[in-house]
Design a protein around this ligand. Structure first.
Ligand code: IDP
Ligand code: MG
Length: 140
């Protein structure tokens, strides 16, 4: 069943380049309410666990190094049709293929360093939210 929440991270290179505020502004402008938010650094172990589904991919080591290379901003976001609409808002994985007006078109550097994460299903949104937030860190 569809839920109304998704999970996102502003990734390390976007935080380092000072895009945090601009990206949050686009997210709120698209109609999302922030239900939880934190700035945190991921250890290599945490980054590896979060992206475990990609463990067999050739870019996995690079991805783990990148995601543990500086602080990220994790958020739980709420809106109707949250997961699907957020994937539209962030755009294609490779910014060269991302549509105009998307977050990745505006702020991503490359297919690897692509500014934001967005959950790909309601089930993964719930798993990823629980990975980063306890129940008391989420507003009602
Ligand atoms: P998504 O973030 O658009 O859902 P996924 O295929 O789930 O894309 O890949 C997860 C993350 O792994 C991407 O956001 C990106 O940071 C990284 N990644 C994906 N494909 C490549 C690649 O071909 N080279 C380097 N990094 C990649
Ligand atoms: Mg994905």
């Amino acid at each position: 069943m569809a839920t109304n929440r998704t999970f996102t991270m502003i990734k390390p290179e976007a935080v380092a380049k000072g895009y945090t505020g601009k990206i949050i502004d686009m997210i709120i402008g698209a109609g999302y309410q922030i239900k939880a938010m934190k700035l945190k650094s991921l250890s290599k172990t945490e980054a590896g666990e979060f992206y475990a589904v990609h463990a067999e991919r050739p870019f996995y080591g690079e991805l783990v190094d990148y995601m543990s290379g500086g602080p990220i901003v994790a958020m739980i976001l709420e809106k109707d049709n949250a997961v699907e609409d957020f994937r539209t808002l962030i755009g294609a994985t490779d910014p060269a293929e991302a549509a105009e007006g998307t977050i990745r078109k505006a702020y991503a550097t490359s297919k690897g360093e692509n500014a934001v994460h967005g959950s790909d299903s309601d089930e993964n949104a719930a798993i990823e939210s629980a990975f980063h937030f306890s129940a008391e860190e989420i507003v009602g």
